[in-house]
Design a protein around this ligand. Structure first.
Ligand code: ATP
Ligand code: MG
Length: 225
């Protein structure tokens, strides 16, 4: 489907809340370009770029990378997507990052996946990812067709170095302290839309319905007031 107006969305939620899975469904269903800060950082680590090597320790310990580093990286990526609709995943993660994004453009909607921390902890340890595409599988509820292999490319899946129980706890702390204030930031701007649940497959129909409505509204807006 072609979007007549440019639509800019952010997806938020604690680590393992299903942002990656919901993001790929959104980009498939609505044609928004998916940009994931975590995927970009992991690609840099994989390719052993200077940035990747510098940030690896930080990421493996479950800490956030510095605001100025990630903001510069993401904003320069967004500049190349000037005329497309996009969905940002993993950025902004601090109020400083949200303010940096605001200097470039405003966000139309923020999809907040509100998943209980208890659910998340057990989920992350059964998670497998395809590094090159960011596709996420879960051996319990969203397994690959062939165990250990990506459905699309047939390449091997890996477990992330930061999906260990201790690191997951630190990532949840970072989320509480540094990222939850960003939800308030967007709530006060009136663009925050929260979806609560424990299962991605149950949350997804609500996200789909919401975006269908928002995007068709958008298209009518171009004709009307
Ligand atoms: P999940 O992908 O399961 O939702 P997550 O949100 O913790 O979990 P990613 O978004 O992939 O994972 O990020 C992995 C790591 O990369 C983070 O723990 C952090 O170290 C770093 N990182 C990613 N995005 C940012 C950001 N916007 N600011 C600071 N650090 C970031
Ligand atoms: Mg992710």
């Amino acid at each position: 489907m072609g979007l007549q107006t440019i639509f800019r969305a952010v997806i938020m939620g604690p680590p393992g809340s299903g942002k990656g899975t919901v993001s790929s469904r959104i980009s498939q269903s609505f044609g928004l370009k998916h940009l994931s800060s975590g995927d970009i950082l992991r690609a840099n680590i994989q390719a052993k770029t200077e940035l990747g090597l510098l940030m690896k320790a930080c990421i493996d310990q479950g800490q956030l990378v510095p605001d100025d580093v990630i903001s510069r990286l993401i904003l320069s990526n967004l500049k190349t997507m000037d005329h497309s609709s996009w969905l940002l995943d993993g950025f902004p993660r601090t109020v400083a990052q949200a303010e940096a994004l605001d200097t470039m453009c405003s966000v139309d909607t923020v999809i907040n996946l509100n998943v209980p921390f208890d659910t998340i902890k057990e989920r992350l340890t059964s998670r497998w990812v395809h590094l090159a595409s960011g596709r996420v599988y879960n051996i319990d509820f969203n397994p690959p067709k062939i165990p250990g292999l990506d459905d699309v490319t047939g390449e091997p899946l890996i477990q992330r170095d930061d999906d260990t129980p201790d690191t997951v706890s630190r990532r949840l702390k970072a989320y509480e302290n540094q990222t939850q204030p960003v939800l308030e930031y967007y709530r006060s701007k009136g663009v925050l839309e929260t979806f609560t649940g424990t299962e991605t497959n149950k949350i997804w129909p609500h996200v789909h319905a919401f975006l269908s409505k928002r995007l068709s509204g958008n298209q009518q807006d171009t004709g009307k007031a």
